[in-house]
Design a protein around this ligand. Structure first.
Ligand code: HXC
Length: 260
C-alpha cells in the first residue's frame, strides 16, 4: 500500500510514523486512518522493530482531530462506521507488541488527543495543546476518548476536558499526568529518541511481555492482573535473553540481547 498521508522510517529498531497532512493540521480523514491501520499492522509483525514513535509533520500540530470537513456530511451509519475504523485502529496501536511513544509536537485535539492516549508514553513540546472539542461540534469523542482519557488522567480531569471542549497547554497536561515530559520543540524528537533508545537496549521479549501484562491487567482486578504477570514472568525464563541478562550480571559484563 502506498501512503499518501503518512511518512514512515525505521532506524536501529526504532520506527517513526509521521501523520503528514500539514494543510489540514494533520487531521485524520478516512484515508489517513486506513493508511495508519495498514502500517501499524505491518510494524506490529516486524520483529526488527523494538519501539515505535508517532508524531505529526510540521511544527504546529500533532493531529488536530478527525477531519471535520469529511465528517460534516456523514449520516448516522457513515459517522458510526468512521468512528469504528478509528476505534479499531487505535486499539491496534494500544495493543502493538512494541512500546509506542507519542511525540506531541503541537495541537493534539479530539482524535489527536485520543491517538496520543492509545500510545504507551506521551512526550510533548512546549507549544502543544490538548483538548476534546467534540461536544462543541455536536458529537461525543469517538476514537476511544471517553474510555482512554479518563483512564490516563482520572475521571475528574477527563470529564472536565470532554464536557468543556476546552484546550489545555502542555504544562497543564503535564500537571494532570496526560504527558510524561514537556520540552522545547527543537528538543522534542531528540528527547523522544533518547527514550526510545533506552527502551530498545533492554530485552525485547521482556519489554513486550511487560506491556502486555500492564495492558491486560489495568482493566481488571489486581488478583487477575497478577495471574497475567505470573504467566509472562514464567515465560521469560524460557528465553535466551533471560540467560544472557542474568549471565551478564553474574559475569560483570554488559548484556547483549537478541530478542530470543
Ligand atoms: C479538518 C482541519 C481540522 C480538522 C484544522 N483544519 N483542523 N480540517 N478537520 N480537525 C484545517 C483548517 O480548516 C484550515 O484549513 C487548516 O487546517 C489550518 O487551520 P486553521 O484553523 O486556519 O488554523 P488556526 O487558526 O491556527 O487554528 C488551529 C485550530 C483549529 C485551533 C487547531 O484549526 C481548529 O479548531 N481545528 C479543529 C479542531 C477540532 O475541533 N478537532 C476535533 C475534531 S472532532 P484551510 O483550508 O481553511 O486552510 C474529532 C472527533 C474524533 O476529532 C472522533 C471521530 C469519530
Amino acid at each position: 500500500m502506498d501512503y499518501k498521508n503518512i511518512l514512515y522510517s525505521a532506524e536501529n529498531g526504532i520506527a517513526t510514523i509521521t501523520i503528514n497532512r500539514p494543510k489540514a493540521l494533520n487531521a485524520l480523514n478516512t484515508e489517513t486512518v486506513s493508511e495508519l491501520r495498514d502500517l501499524v499492522g505491518k510494524i506490529a509483525a516486524d520483529s526488527e522493530i523494538k519501539v515505535v514513535v508517532i508524531t505529526g509533520s510540521g511544527s504546529k500540530s500533532f493531529v488536530a482531530g478527525a477531519d471535520i470537513v469529511e465528517m460534516s456530511t456523514k449520516n448516522a451509519v457513515e459517522g458510526r462506521a468512521f468512528g469504528k475504523i478509528g476505534q479499531d485502529t487505535f486499539t491496534e496501536i494500544e495493543n502493538m507488541p512494541q512500546p509506542v511513544i507519542a511525540a506531541i509536537n503541537g495541537f493534539a485535539l479530539g482524535g489527536g488527543c485520543e491517538l496520543s492516549c492509545a500510545c504507551d508514553i506521551r512526550y510533548a513540546s512546549e507549544n502543544a495543546k490538548f483538548g476534546q472539542p467534540e461536544v462543541g461540534l455536536g458529537i461525543t469523542p469517538g476514537f476511544g476518548g471517553t474510555q482512554r482519557l479518563p483512564r490516563v488522567v482520572g475521571r475528574g480531569y477527563g470529564k472536565e476536558l470532554i464536557f468543556t471542549a476546552g484546550m489545555i497547554d502542555a504544562q497543564e497536561a503535564y500537571r494532570i499526568g496526560l504527558v510524561n515530559k514537556v520540552v522545547p520543540q527543537e528538543e522534542l524528537m531528540d528527547t523522544v529518541y533518547a527514550l526510545a533508545k533506552k527502551i530498545a537496549k533492554n530485552a525485547p521479549i521482556a519489554v513486550q511481555l511487560s506491556k502486555a501484562a500492564i495492558n491486560r491487567g489495568i482493566n481488571c482486578d489486581v488478583i487477575t492482573g497478577i495471574a497475567y504477570e505470573d504467566e509472562v514472568f514464567g515465560l521469560c525464563f524460557a528465553t535466551e535473553d533471560q540467560k544472557e541478562g542474568m549471565g551478564a550480571f553474574v559475569e560483570k559484563r554488559k548484556a547483549t540481547f537478541t530478542g530470543k
